[in-house]
Write a protein that binds this ligand. Structure first.
Ligand code: SAM
Length: 337
């Protein structure tokens, strides 16, 4: 089995299908102006399909389509149709802001998408607009319910919690998810990219999030799905489903990270906090064979030593502290969350 320096296999592949996004979430990539990837540099569906098959041969079992906003990629359902039939793929999912899901859900389901995560950080329409700088909550909610009607299952809501911004809406999100049968994952605010002005003081920890949930609903810990999922899951004791928290700042899970990432312009990235990637598109367009591409991915993975979030926690707990701006990272909008 292909493993990296810390014995971690490749199990998941996150594919960013575009760096474009119609939102400018303040915690992700809030800049209005941005040097977008040139369209000619974006991988075609055929190139993505080819690389996905190679990653599956190397051990990947799950693929998540993301971005940028994946539903902005024209005819994305055609890519879903190509990927969903790849031999060996066990799970094909998507993370979306949901703004076009109402129009796309049925086509995505028919094309073979199994499930979807939709980012909803608040149920307050005004606050939603402020946090996304342009999003319309009602459109997103229409999208989530369209996904449910289309049979995408499970539907999970992702919510990034920022202190003093949306931490007062945690219980509203819990009620919404419970009453509609949606999964819910709270995400600790992370220092992704270079423009979100992250500070530890703005991050609401897993402990705090659980205390707020537990103040109304008793919960019991389940642990990580398959032992390796980013989210630690908790079950409501009254049978109301479950809720998870992704605590990459306070309880990093680098030791079990089996995720490879492919940027929209075909770079293999081995950590969400990487400074650079490994250009597979250039190799492909220069005529590399599948074997050559596979050998390159294998070589990159074998030498992988990333444990950024572990190191962040060590720095946060040290006398010198942690300086997020000292480390330049690829923007999340480019490499896919
Ligand atoms: N546009 C899609 C969306 O909105 O879900 C997919 C891309 S987005 C970058 C993927 C996920 O990353 C979303 O769930 C988003 O909430 C999360 N994310 C973005 N910035 C984050 C941050 N600073 N901390 C934690 N999660 C973040």
């Amino acid at each position: 089995m292909l493993t990296d320096k810390y014995n971690r296999p490749i199990k998941d592949l996150r594919i960013s299908v575009t760096d474009r996004c119609n939102f400018r979430c303040t915690y992700c990539m809030p800049l209005d102006e941005y040097a977008w990837i040139d369209r000619a540099e974006i991988l075609t569906f055929e190139e993505i399909e080819r690389l996905a098959a190679i990653f599956i041969n190397l051990g990947a079992e799950k693929i998540r389509l993301t971005g940028g906003e994946p539903l902005l990629r024209r005819n994305i359902e055609n890519l879903v149709a190509k990927l969903s039939v790849l031999p060996g793929l066990k799970d094909l999912s998507m993370t979306t802001n949901g703004s076009s899901l109402a129009e796309k859900a049925t086509a995505l389901k028919s094309a073979g998408l199994s499930r979807v995560n939709v980012s909803i950080d608040t149920l307050d329409p005004e606050k939603f607009k402020r946090m996304s700088k342009r999003g319309d909550l009602n459109r997103v909610l229409d999208g989530v319910f369209a996904a449910k009607s289309a049979g995408l299952n499970p539907i999970k809501i992702n919510a990034v919690i920022e202190r003093g911004v949306n931490d007062d809406g945690i219980l509203d999100l819990v009620e919404f998810a419970r009453s509609n049968g949606f999964g819910l994952r709270f995400i600790e605010f992370m220092d992704v990219g270079n423009s979100n002005h992250w500070q530890t003081s703005n991050m609401v920890s897993k402990r705090e999030i659980l205390d707020i949930i537990g103040s109304r609903y008793p919960i019991v810990e389940h642990g990580r799905r398959a032992g390796t999922a980013p989210s630690v899951d908790f079950e409501f004791l009254d049978g109301g489903g479950d809720v998870g928290v992704i605590a990459s700042v306070t309880e990093p899970f680098c030791s079990s990270c089996t995720r490879a990432r492919l940027t929209a312009d075909g770079k293999l990235v081995t950590c969400l906090f990487s400074e650079s990637g490994h250009d597979l598109k250039a190799m492909m367009r220069a005529g590399a064979s599948d074997k050559e591409l596979s050998d390159r991915i294998e070589a990159v993975w074998r030498s992988r030593t990333d444990r950024f979030s572990d190191e962040r926690l060590e720095a946060l707990q040290s006398a010198t502290g942690y300086q997020p701006e000292a480390h330049k990272k690829i923007e999340m909008i480019k490499l896919g969350g």
